[in-house]
Design a protein around this ligand. Structure first.
Ligand code: ADP
Ligand code: ASP
Ligand code: MG
Length: 418
């Protein structure tokens, strides 16, 4: 008998019929003798609907109240799933985040889990219940409801698995695993049977929304065995087949894997570029420009500073699109007047495309192959950033799909590595 955590995403919980399928799948695991904790998301579209309602009243919704609203989607899901299990004669009990409690900091709309009290869950499991815990929800020390950022149910599930020292965390979703890139963009994308933790971390941080990045961080920190698999298969399929399906996140040290140089391609349409032209090129200028941006809690991603001419240089960086207007206002009103920069320009129609693979550590020429592939397609690269296991480029948004497809082909990602 093992303790297993299942997580079901929005599509998987998207209708009463689908919830019945989830219950049938959970029942199969439970009846095989496992202890089950299930973490569902809100039904598909529900979180967007709730945020939409809030925005009708307040275009920039108050974050605390937004969380009070957005957290309700998961409350509906846990109640429905508990009923679907009870209707099958299985003992089930649901908990909202605050009831567990799943404690978080007070960064409303993007709170971080700080601790999880496992007492109630353990007692219920020992009493033979399937325990259903709302994804996405947290609570602060002083009892305020928080949410964990979009896609946050993944993190709830892995964090619960870590707190309970579960045997495995199974992330059931609407694809049958992690692919070489989003299969919605490249139909030839190939499912990976395994991906290393480091690659998954990069893929998630660079835009592959199949897992929220913080869930991957938790999996790494607490060594949670995590698998991504489909919730849309026949719920009655043999458990032994299901248990080895999908994509397993592995820890590199654990085994030597057959490894392609590039494991996958990620892309991100959520950023915007800001350029400051004609900045006096003197020590401390980067800090003068970006210090106030950081102080305003705005994350800066790719940064480039050009070679200077006549004592002046140009400076470009990217921020999340949601922070674009705020950053431009801040630069215009408080920063540029002090630094003597000439002009400010912005572009929200950009995207970032990244190739990821631990094999890049030991192979040269990978980045240059990326650049030549894009150049053959006539795609201009606006910014470049690299790390040991990834290369990212910022390009015009309209070329995103073309770039991802061309790179997928150039790196032979549709073929399994020999
Ligand atoms: P859930 O509601 O189950 O959390 P998400 O929509 O958050 O599901 O994540 C699953 C989606 O992630 C898939 O439908 C797919 O379009 C997208 N996706 C992006 N990149 C990848 C990738 N590399 N592999 C698999 N799916 C990906
Ligand atoms: N329901 C939340 C969202 O849509 C959390 C999740 O799906 O993981 O972002
Ligand atoms: Mg998700």
């Amino acid at each position: 008998m093992s303790l297993i955590v299942h997580k079901y995403g929005g599509t998987s919980m998207g209708s009463i019929e689908r919830i019945k399928n989830v219950a049938a799948r959970v029942a199969k695991w439970y009846e095989a003798g496992h202890q089950l904790v299930v973490v569902p998301s809100a039904m598909s579209g529900e979180t967007n609907r709730l945020i939409g309602l809030a925005k009708e009243l307040m275009p920039q919704p108050d974050p605390r109240e937004l969380d009070v609203i957005a957290a309700t989607g998961e409350q509906v899901s846990i109640g429905l799933l508990a009923m679907a299990l009870k209707a099958r004669g299985i003992k089930a009990k649901s908990y909202c985040g605050w009831q567990v409690p799943i404690m978080s900091d007070d960064a409303f709309t993007k709170a971080r889990i700080t601790s999880i009290d496992d007492k109630k869950i353990r007692k219920d499991l020992d009493d033979g219940y399937v325990v259903i815990v709302a994804g996405f929800q947290g609570v602060t020390d002083d009892g305020q409801i928080t949410t964990l950022g979009r896609g946050g149910s993944d993190t709830s599930a892995v964090a619960v698995a870590a707190a309970l020292k579960a045997e495995e965390c199974l992330i059931y979703t609407d694809v049958d695993g992690v692919y070489t890139t989003d299969p919605r963009v490249v139909p030839e994308a190939r499912r990976l049977t395994k991906i290393t933790f480091e690659e998954m971390l990069e893929m998630a941080s660079l835009g592959s929304k199949v897992l929220q990045i913080r869930s991957v961080e938790f999996a790494g920190k607490y060594r949670v065995k995590t698998r991504v698999l489909s919730s849309l298969t026949d719920p009655h399929m043999p458990l032994s087949d299901e248990a080895i399906s999908g994509t397993l996140i592995t820890f590199e040290e654990d085994e030597k894997m057959e490894q392609a140089v590039v494991a996958g391609i990620a892309f991100n349409r959520d950023e915007a570029k800001i350029s400051i032209i004609g900045v006096p090129d003197k020590p401390g200028i980067a800090y003068q420009l970006l210090g106030p941006v950081a102080d305003a809690n705005i994350d800066v991603d790719v940064i480039i500073q050009n070679v200077s001419h006549d004592g002046k240089t140009d400076f470009s960086f990217t921020v999340h699109r949601n922070d674009y207007a705020r950053t431009m206002d801040l630069l215009k009103s408080a920063v540029l007047p002090k630094t003597g920069a000439a002009t400010l320009s912005g572009d929200t129609k950009i995207c970032k495309v990244s190739i990821v693979g631990i094999g890049m550590r030991s192979h040269v020429g990978v980045a240059s192959k990326m650049f030549s592939t894009l150049s053959e397609e006539g795609i201009n690269i606006q910014m470049i950033t690299t790390s040991e296991i990834k290369t990212s480029v910022v390009i015009d948004e309209k070329y995103m799909e073309l770039a991802v497809r061309a790179l997928h082909k150039a790196f032979d990602l549709e073929q399994a590595p020999a």
